[in-house]
Design a protein around this ligand. Structure first.
Ligand code: HEM
Length: 473
């Protein structure tokens, strides 16, 4: 037995792990991450290489910072890295990981992901909600027109617009009372909170002591009561509205008629709806917000976009979704924004489910992985003048964000890739096209736009965008 133990431990110590920065006992490298972990990790990778192993608390985390490393993880070994770590807060919010985004890889995840891909977020389904997007966009434009020369808080309007679209599409109507707005805001705050217990399990009591656990429990209870009310309302409906079913109607139909050959619990429905809000609203609004900032900072790009919009709009009252395909510059502006301001700079953490060899290193099963998509999208060996905003780089180039080009991964890639691309980008394109078509925007109170970022899974602009607007004739 002793010989066997000695053999096992010596073979373990012969494993070739990726390089690691020096760490402190207990907290590992936590103290080094700072308020912009993607930026810190980019700098660290210059010393330790494109595949490095850091320690957040006692948890080893693999950081991939090059095209090659990302391709190995998301393509060559996609199945091995297709799981998610069990993180304290996301797991509680998602009904013990019964959602799509945080459920571990396996049969259950396959079922819920296929419900999303085939029934909730397919191109056809997204198309069917065109009237919601066009109505909400027109309402926002009308609001801007009314406020006119006064200060317009574009950030606030964009948050409302994306929340309203997701609400109407998934729940069938707008919930714009203060309580609901507050609940949505708390979703992001709670999801972005740092749980000591997730990284230093022996210090889990700190989360209790700091009030974090109580805050999460209260939020979960309140959101659950809200969703329960929504589901009961849907169950009591005699028939679906004239404009067709919303996503809760569809989930209830799948449950009732057992359409997928897999029985769905009520908690699964709630967890999926929670995903639509937590994964769909914040990311969409953030990318729109950064796009507007970049256009405000680059008048030539703004002019180019306005010319394209004028040519397509031809004096009509608005640009409609059919027009968007004919607007390559608009698409290039949004791609360039997602490159420079990847909404989830480290994507969503993955976890390996078996031992694997990666770029010559041994990666043990159960290793958490962050892909630094933000750093890869600014890698000077791949991108020319990577720090500059140049939408032209995407014109007449096949490079897309659908997960086949590993230098550009705002939506991830492989089987865990984002199923909401079409949903998000149609809103983004429609709103941005109409905003520049209908208004000239100028900054209020700032000579130079403050581009500081917040901390969290999704990185926002810290301060709101305040502009004055002039309607274009
Ligand atoms: C600009 C907007 C968006 C961005 C940047 C974004 C980004 C991402 C990223 C990086 C991932 C993880 C991918 C990976 O692990 O490889 C993801 C997953 C996911 N996203 Fe999105 N997303 C956006 C919009 C949406 C929308 C609108 C929805 C739904 C309405 C959505 C639903 C999801 C879901 C359910 C997952 C989990 C997929 C899985 O684990 O299998 N996302 N998204």
């Amino acid at each position: 037995v002793i010989l066997l133990k000695t053999y096992i431990s010596s073979s373990k110590s012969h494993k070739r792990l990726p390089p690691s920065p020096p760490k402190l006992p207990l907290i590992g490298n936590l103290h080094q991450l700072g308020s912009s972990p993607h930026r810190t990790l980019q700098v660290m990778a210059q010393t330790y290489g494109p595949l490095m192993l850091i320690h957040l608390g006692t948890v080893p985390i693999l950081i991939a910072s090059s095209v090659g490393a990302a391709r190995e993880i998301l393509k060559t070994h996609d199945v091995t890295f297709a799981s998610r770590p069990k993180l304290n807060i996301p797991s509680r919010i998602s009904y013990a990981s019964k959602d799509i985004a945080f459920s571990p890889y396996g049969e259950y995840w396959r079922h819920v992901k296929s419900i999303a891909v085939l029934h909730l977020l397919s191109n056809k389904r997204v198309q069917s909600y065109r009237y919601v997007r066009e109505e909400e966009m027109s309402l926002m434009m009308e609001k801007i027109r009314r406020d006119g020369k006064l200060v317009v808080n574009l950030s606030e309007l964009l948050v409302s617009l994306t929340n309203n679209v997701v609400c109407r599409v998934s729940l069938g109507k707008r919930y714009d009372g203060r309580n609901f707005k507050n609940l949505l805001e708390r979703t992001m705050t709670v999801l972005g909170s740092f749980s000591v217990g997730s990284y230093i399990p022996s210090l889990r009591w700190v989360d209790k002591l700091s009030g974090l656990e109580k805050k999460v429990d209260e939020f979960v209870k309140e959101f659950d009561e809200f969703l329960e009310g929504v589901i009961i309302e849907h169950e009591q409906k005699k028939e679906v509205g004239a404009q067709g079913p919303d996503l809760v109607d569809i989930l209830l139909e799948i449950q009732r008629d057992n359409l997928t050959g897999f029985s769905i619990e009520r908690d699964t429905i709630k967890a999926i709806v929670m995903d639509l809000f937590s994964a769909g609203t914040d990311t969409t609004f953030t990318s729109l917000q950064w796009a507007i900032c970049e256009l405000l900072r680059h008048p030539q790009a703004m002019k180019e976009m306005q010319q394209e919009a004028l040519k397509i709009g031809q004096g009509r009252s608005m640009i409609v979704e059919d027009d968007l395909e004919k607007m390559p510059y608009l698409k290039a502006v949004l791609k360039e924004t997602l490159r420079l301001h990847t909404p989830n700079p480290l994507l969503v953490p993955r976890e390996s489910t078996q031992d694997v060899k990666l770029l010559g290193y041994d990666i043990p099963s159960g290793t958490q992985v962050f892909i630094n998509a933000w750093a890869i999208a600014r890698d000077p060996s791949v991108w020319e003048a990577p720090e500059e905003f140049r939408p032209e780089r995407f014109l007449n180039k096949p490079i897309d964000y659908k997960g086949f080009h590993f230098e550009f991964l705002p939506f991830g890639a492989g089987r865990r890739g984002c199923p909401g691309i079409q949903f998000a980008m149609t809103v983004n394109e429609l709103v941005l096209a109409n905003l520049v078509y209908k208004f000239d925007l100028s900054l209020m109170g700032e000579d130079e736009l403050d581009m500081s970022e917040t901390f969290g899974i999704t990185v926002h602009k810290k301060s709101p965008i305040l502009v004055s607007t002039t309607p274009r004739s």
